[in-house]
Design a protein around this ligand. Sequence first.
Ligand code: HEM
Ligand code: HEM
Ligand code: FE2
Length: 480
Amino acid sequence: MLSRVMNVQYESQKLAINYFQVALILFGAQLLFGLTTAIQYLYPQFLFGIIDFSVGRMVHLNAMIVWLLYAMIGSVYWLLPDETGIETVGIKIGRLLFYILTLAVTIVVVVYLVVQVGPGNAMSRWLIHEGREYIEAPRWADIGIVVVVLGFLGNVFATAFKGKRTGIVTVLMIDLLALAGLYLAGMFYTKNVSVDQFWWWWVIHLWVEATWEVYVAAVIGYGLIKTIGANRKIIEMWIWIEVAMLFGSGILGIGHHYFWIGTPEYWLEIGALFSALEPVPLLGMFVHVIYDWGKQAGKRTPMTNTPAFSWFVVTTFGNFLGAGVWGFMHTLPQINLYTHGTQWTAAHGHLAFYGAYVAALIGMMYIGLQGKYGLKEMRMTASAKWGITLLTGGVLGMTMALTIAGYVQTFIERGQWGATWQGYFVGQNSPWMIQAYGWRLAMGVVTILGFVFLMKDMMTIARTAQRENLKTESTATATA
Ligand code: HEM
Ligand code: HEM
Ligand SMILES: [Fe+2]
């Protein structure tokens, strides 16, 4: 049992913790800007001219992408020495790049907030932002990101070639290369909006439905080995099956974004078929984790990190529901014709990102915390329970509210009014819609409360756990 837990001894793991810390700060920022935008849905004058809706929404989305990437890089720096058995090669450069990236992110966000309106010209594109939803970073930062990511990949590859290359590390090497390479597709500049969107989706869709999914499969595999001592052979076999299935359906599944943007009609069939298949690997993963869990329970393998494991359970359900079920609901062109770009999409976006990525990465952060403080066991404190319950309950609540809003919007604006401009306003002003926006706001506040508990737990868990572990030891000696 002890062998599964270790003290932070590698520089790589210290750097991982720094990545997690910045990730959590940005997560907090994401939630606050989500809150201002949700309030503006109901009270449009709120903070008008100070943080406009467009800017609040942009920071909400970009902070999310950036913090998830930080947590992803952090998780890799965490598990790399553990899996390869050696210190990460070039870790000093890795640390330097961390400071450069963090400085760049800070400057980008400050500029977003200071310059909220201006012309859409080359200068804005280079210095302010690019206007591509989720990946708005201006051109100078884009180039910086490419440099930092090349350094990170250099670290990972050099370490993997020098040390032990487990299946998990091999999958991560292939996956990270693809993930980083796809970012380049979002850097083209073209005046044709269809062409722009065509390539933009290569980043967004091929990230969240292919490369990021494979990434979390590998990382959760590592997490399950750490928390419940899952059998590495079974885990690695499944990861490879998932690589094949996710890349298989996920890549051509991109067609579900090519229905109405001016791309050839054959995308209707390709998108419908392959994206409808996407939930299959997610279901496979779901069944597999639950099955593994059951098998482990039979063997009574002691669980060494209950908070991390609980978050992995949330991600299993969340990924399946948010991406699989809520994705499938609107992926057929016959349905998407009516639901495209409605609150239905936002409902799916929230649950999918939260379920697939937020939960998995918080689980990894708990593994990091356990190692940082060298605890042989980590249990659920009251704050950890409140954190996971309120965060998950809040996001589920927002998803339900937005699903109802999506239903009403589709019905009134698209069905009754034939997707007209006037129909849009009739839909938005329907009492059902306004009530749903109210619920989204209330549930957003619940989500933020959950985040506060999570933070409290992460800051105090070492003390609580050490006290409890000491207690366990002294009781054991007393009874012996
Ligand atoms: C973890 C995985 C996933 C994440 C994080 C995710 C997230 C998102 C987000 C944020 C959007 C909105 C993009 C925009 O701003 O326009 C979106 C759109 C969409 N997603 Fe997903 N998604 C995932 C998986 C899936 C899966 C597996 C399916 C299908 C089974 C799916 C089907 C769709 C469709 C059809 C749209 C377009 C909605 C529209 O027409 O407005 N998604 N997704
Ligand atoms: C305090 C909690 C939150 C609130 C109040 C909130 C609110 C909002 C609002 C108002 C929007 C703009 C919707 C629009 O333009 O119609 C939005 C978009 C979005 N938020 Fe959140 N959010 C919260 C938490 C989260 C979390 C935890 C995630 C996922 C990790 C997330 C992911 C997204 C995504 C992907 C979109 C774009 C959806 C789309 O355009 O389809 N949000 N959010
Ligand atoms: Fe997609």
